[in-house]
Design a protein around this ligand. Structure first.
Ligand code: GDP
Length: 484
């Protein structure tokens, strides 16, 4: 029996194979060491190299993080606007809170891996809700950007594709010569615009020679709503290190998310209360994540038909028997399958729950259908709305089999966190049910929706999904890239 307040048994692998550091205060963030109680036995172990790099990173964070001497010294350079030769050895990447929660989780994990690869300290713009959703991941020193940081939140929000401080615009306006090895002198900070509307100059971020230029800039400030990790695997100078960190390529998000993002106690309460009340006792748990990218909230019959076609064709849920009123052949306690649905609308859930109430299943299994919330529309600035969104992504990740919607970062977080290869519902065109309705994903990794298609060496366009076997186009978006 699992309980919210039970101290975690030390014999259980509460450190997730060495991914987590021991010694954090358990009460301030129950999820950190209790997640193991809710997850199936992990089938993917982090590499020893990843573990040692994480420990090094924690040490770097402690030395260079907010309020430490080195931080203050680097900050002075930012305030004065002048470049002086670095003596502190501390460099930073600031992640700006931007877009829906699923997008933010993917971009935060991307920024963290970039920080690991480039030995930068990751500092996080708290936005409206980051401290409300996630515990501090590093020991002793906060990862939150202090409120007195000289570049204001308003300025962060105003950064966009046209900002003169952006690296892409500096290249475009020829302030930086791509042929010189270093800026002379490097600016104290640069803004990296890596959001979906970025242009070909911004995308040069993914070239080795540009990484060399960025290397000497003490403060990089990044705004992105993308999971850009697949393209980091195509940068030659990162390749070897990434191979060492992730011998199993399709587990990057899985490990990094379980390392970095621990729900705060209020969110953990939402997760564990729901799990214990509705999911814990079922023999099997199926997650169904429905995301319809339309302004009309629905529900739509063609989407319901698609869900049912997928779950029956792929044998995820039993068919119903419309001719009989009761089926329980052996008289024994029937198998129970809990279906956890998430959607902004309650229509799909109601239809499926009623279907399994009004009719028996052909196999006699009992189907319980649950949906934690139906928020009707996206409310990115509402605290409890975002807590519920995170709780639902997490709950989906605790299921045994998962059905997700194409293009949805909400679903990507759930699948990857849970180590699940989902069945992806194809994106419907012209309001009709796609045939086939869904397909099994080849890996659990999220899809990078806006990758560059550029060969930095020859300076021509290429298909970046055809360069190496472990970076290919996504199942749900033909131009996207994902790790396999
Ligand atoms: P994406 O738009 O599907 O890629 O996912 P995002 O998480 O970036 O943005 C969608 C936002 O809409 C979420 O963060 C939630 O705020 C809300 N949302 C969408 N689907 C659901 C759902 O099933 N449950 C809840 N609670 N919120 C949802």
């Amino acid at each position: 029996q699992k309980s919210y307040l039970r101290p975690v048994d030390v014999r259980q692998d509460k450190l997730l194979g060495g991914l987590l550091l021991e010694g954090f205060d358990e009460n301030s963030c129950f999820s950190r060491y209790q997640s193991v109680l809710y997850r199936k036995k992990p089938s993917h172990q982090p590499s020893s190299h990843l573990i040692s790099r994480l420990r090094n990173h924690e040490a770097l964070h402690k030395r260079c993080g907010p309020c430490m001497g080195s931080y203050n010294a680097t900050l002075e350079r930012l305030k004065s606007g002048k470049y002086t030769n670095s003596s502190t050895g501390c460099k930073y990447i600031v992640w700006i809170s931007f877009s829906g929660l699923g997008n933010r989780i993917l971009s935060l994990i991307s920024a963290f891996l970039y920080a690991l690869l480039t030995n930068r300290v990751l500092l996080v713009d708290p936005g409206l809700d980051i401290p409300d959703l996630f515990c501090e991941p590093f020991p002793e020193v906060s990862w939150l950007l202090p409120p007195d940081f000289p570049i204001s939140t308003d300025k962060f929000n105003s950064f966009n594709q046209k900002s003169p401080e952006s690296y892409g615009n500096m290249l475009k306006n020829n302030n930086v010569s791509c042929n010189s090895i270093v800026f002379t002198p490097p600016p104290p900070y640069l803004y990296l615009h890596l959001a979906h509307d970025y242009d070909e100059h911004d995308k040069l971020f993914f070239c080795d020679q540009d990484q060399t230029l960025l290397h000497n800039v003490p403060w990089l400030i990044m705004k992105t709503d993308n999971y850009f990790i697949p393209s980091l695997f195509l940068i030659p100078s990162f390749e070897q290190e990434l191979n060492n960190l992730f011998p199993e390529k399709g587990t990057v998000f899985h490990h990094l998310c379980r390392y970095l993002l621990h729900p705060t106690n209020p969110v953990w309460g939402l997760i564990t209360r729901y799990y214990d009340a509705y999911l814990a006792k079922a023999d099997e748990k199926i997650g169904i994540q429905i995301r319809v990218f339309k302004t009309d909230p629905g529900p739509f019959k063609y989407v319901l038909d698609q869900i049912l076609a997928c779950t029956s064709k792929e044998n995820l849920l039993p068919r119903i028997n419309k001719k009989e009123s009761i089926i329980n052949p052996s008289g024994k306690k029937p198998k129970t399958i809990a279906v956890l649905m998430t959607s902004l609308s309650s229509g799909y859930f109601e239809a499926i729950r009623n279907m399994y109430w009004e009719n028996p299943t052909v196999t006699g299994e009992v189907i319980e259908v649950y949906q934690p919330s139906h928020e009707e529309y996206q409310q990115t600035e509402n605290l409890i709305h975002n807590r519920k969104a995170l709780a639902e992504m997490y709950l989906l990740s605790l299921t045994d089999k998962l059905v997700t919607s194409s293009w949805s970062t909400f679903g990507y977080v759930a699948q990857s966190l849970g180590g699940l290869r989902p069945w992806i519902l194809y994106k419907p065109e012209n309001q009709t049910t796609p045939d086939p309705p869904c397909r099994r994903a080849v890996s659990m990794e999220p899809c990078f929706h806006a990758p560059p298609f550029y060969d930095c060496k020859t300076k021509t366009g290429i298909d970046t999904g055809k360069l190496v076997p472990h970076v290919q186009h996504c199942e749900d978006m033909s131009w996207g890239l994902k790790l396999f």
